[in-house]
Write a protein that binds this ligand. Structure first.
Ligand code: UDX
Length: 459
């Protein structure tokens, strides 16, 4: 099939690359010519400046010029196209609604281009990035208003998690395809021929609106489950003596019906999707007069989790942040990424600065550079207090407390680093329960305070 991917962010590039691997002729288009040139160079360091996903560069190198082509001139490859995938950024407005500015601009350009094609084969416009339920009709109107002929609209949401996107795109749990017409289902079955009738992959065909809704319900269900553990499981561990959160998790998730994923208590879930999607679904449901209490609770628990350890440090450990130096480890929203979008560290650092700390000594194995762009002192002078270090040990040196804000595996060895680097009195705040041998820390005079348990203090 001849496929066009519009928007070469994370979603579009991964989708385009994996389609090219399956022998489709893929044209990846973006208005940003610098980005397109970087991808077209086939050079890892150029590609990874924009999208850094394990396995992605290898596919691009293999299929570039054979099955995969990059261009910032949409009209040059529109002839003969079977499917156009819309992979545009859809950020949140302040009221939670979805900002469709990029999406609309791209849809208008595509409509103009496709309206002028000489080839009149059936073409299907597919929403791949997350868009509010019903956006597919808006897309249809744009195409109609430009006189595009012989087309269909579809929704085919993307469910990839960062860090494992390539393996998931090659073998997803499910492919959800929403179309109005059999002709369009048929085109998408050919695009996804490797998944249709697969023994383990669910290939689900439905209406476009249902497909759009699947994405919102899936992401808000995942966040709600995380919030359940943070709002209930973690709190039981923090308030009832002698409850061990790890054992509580094992006992509960031994039931096959209760997922292990999401049961790891944390100082909040971040990333590009959860916050944006739950805000958007709340907005969409309010618009049709549906109570959104449940989603609001899930959102609020998640936001509260990001900062409440800072307050617990004051009330449970008697720690005073004023003028202290605090090491913050793990800046990205999770391990194995430099992505700072909605990272809990942002709220943690803002809260610490609000409490009057003298210095933040920050470290992340991958995200030091992207964090510097987020904590830009021209936006907030207090960000000048943040210094970045090349290792956890260096960040901890000379600090009065450490806050572990993400699940980087290397943090599992922190108790030894802490013992070797600083002397008590010293406070360890663990937002991810990354320090398994915390009792030894307490035995050596350190105070340990984590999500999911009471403070462990020296005798
Ligand atoms: C998520 C969804 O998993 C994916 O299906 C959707 O398409 C996009 O959003 P991603 O943003 O890459 O993917 O992150 P994910 O791995 O799901 O983690 C989200 C956040 O939840 C992270 O901050 C993670 O650390 C946190 N998390 C996850 C927990 O706090 N506890 C857990 O048990 C699991």
């Amino acid at each position: 099939m001849k496929i066009v991917v519009v928007g070469t962010g994370y979603v579009g590039l991964v989708h385009g690359a994996v389609c090219s691997e399956y022998g489709h002729e893929v044209y990846a288009y973006d208005i940003d010519a610098d980005k397109i040139n970087a991808f077209a160079s086939g050079q890892a360091e150029e590609i990874e400046k924009y999208v850094n996903e394990p396995g992605l560069t290898g596919i691009i190198k293999e299929t570039l010029g054979k099955y995969l082509f990059f261009s910032s001139d949409l009209k040059s490859f529109i002839e003969g196209t079977d499917a156009i995938f819309m992979c545009l950024p859809t950020p949140s407005n302040l009221d939670g609604s979805t900002n469709l500015t990029f999406y609309d601009a791209a849809a208008q350009d595509i409509a103009q281009g496709v309206a002028q094609r000489t080839d009149k084969r059936r073409i299907v416009f597919v929403n791949k990035s997350t868009v509010p339920i019903g956006t597919v009709r808006h897309l249809q109107e744009i195409m109609d208003s430009h006189g595009v002929e012989n087309f269909g609209v579809a929704s085919n949401p993307e469910f990839l998690a960062e860090g494992t996107a390539i393996s998931q795109a090659r073998r997803p749990d499910r492919v959800v395809v929403g179309c109005d017409h059999e002709d369009d289902f048929r085109i998408l079955r050919r695009v996804y021929s490797q998944f249709v009738n697969h023994v383990r992959i669910k290939y689900i065909e439905t209406t476009p609106e249902t497909a759009e809704a699947v994405k919102y319900v899936a992401n808000t269900a995942l966040l709600t489950y995380i919030s359940f553990w943070n709002g209930v499981g973690a709190k039981i561990g923090e308030k009832f003596p002698n409850v061990k959160i790890e054992d509580l998790r094992l006992g509960v998730t031994a039931d096959d019906r209760i997922s292990t994923w999401g049961s790891f208590v944390s100082n909040g879930a971040g990333g590009s999707c959860f916050g944006k999607d739950i805000a958007s679904l709340i907005y969409q449901l309010r618009n049709v007069n549906v109570s959104t209490k449940m989603l609001e609770a899930s959102y609020e628990v998640n936001e509260y989790q990001k900062v409440y350890l800072v307050d617990r440090a004051i009330t449970e450990a008697g720690f005073q942040f004023n003028n202290k130096a605090i090491a913050v480890l793990g800046l990205a929203f999770k391990k194995h990424t430099n992505d700072m979008r909605d990272a809990s560290s942002i709220k943690v650092i803002e809260s610490l600065l609000g409490k009057g700390v003298a210095k933040i000594r920050a470290y992340d194995p991958l995200a030091n550079e992207s964090a510097q762009a987020v904590f830009d002192p021209s936006h907030n002078v207090l960000f000048e207090k943040i210094e970045y270090f090349a290792s956890a040990k260096q960040a901890i040196e000379g600090s009065d407390a450490v806050f572990v804000s993400s699940d980087c595996e290397e943090f599992r060895g922190l108790s030894r680093t802490i013992e070797e680097t600083v002397r008590p009195p010293y406070l360890v705040l663990d937002g991810r329960r990354m320090i398994p041998d915390f009792e030894e820390l307490a035995a050596r005079g350190f105070v340990y305070l984590a999500v999911g348990s009471m403070a462990t203090k020296p005798e």
